[in-house]
Design a protein around this ligand. Sequence first.
Ligand code: NI
Length: 265
Amino acid sequence: MLIDSHCHLDLPHFDEDRDEMVARALEAGVETIITIGIDLAHSRAAIALAERYPQVFATVGIHPNDCAGFGPEMLAELRELAGHPRVVGIGEIGLDYYWDRVPVEVQKPAFRAQLDLAAELDLPVVIHDREAHDDVRAELRAWAQDRLPGTPLSEKPFTGVLHSFSGDLDMAEEAYEWGFVIGISGPVTFKNARSLQALVPRLRRDRLIIETDAPYLTPHPYRGKRNEPAYVALVAEKLAELWAMPSAEVAAQTTATARKLFGIG
Ligand code: NI
């Protein structure tokens, strides 16, 4: 059984066939879907979907590209939304220097405030990092040191995921020290994804979860079309190939890790 640990089910891309899409995911062996908030309205919509479908859970958060109006009021509403029983994390939050839609000096305090909220509520974080590796590392390093001082790696709780990972081995190994896991998505299946495909065999198998980021990042052979949670099976198949192990084992391992991270029983 698989978990799609990151998608955006509430987006209008799915308005025509959301029920069928969730049914197709179940048929493909996707037992749990985590739908991710990007602003307050989408976080509320994510919770509504988690109330509607028994296999769907939600996270709430303000994406770095949508954090222009971030302040105490937004934080207060996020805190309230995060108390909902179907909410399993804070995200996606982070830094985005690719689109550069919101100034860095606004992105950073919004990121820090939401990291602190997650620590306060003891929820894991879902991290968006686009062309901001150095600053994301500095922020998470400081946060993890405050949160888990001196705890040996083997005793650390899982505290977050670097979603749709685009860093290098050095970054992944530091992330383990923060209690993080690595999220791998559709691009690992792309024919030209040589560096990611070379990295995956060097990552810890017990610290990796899989995701679609649907409707985006559609895996091969559907690249160019809309993505959906059922296609997380294609990510699992690619990992099975790269790790030279049966896909059922990839599914079991990544599902156990995702369950532990998000506290889903
Ligand atoms: Ni996303």
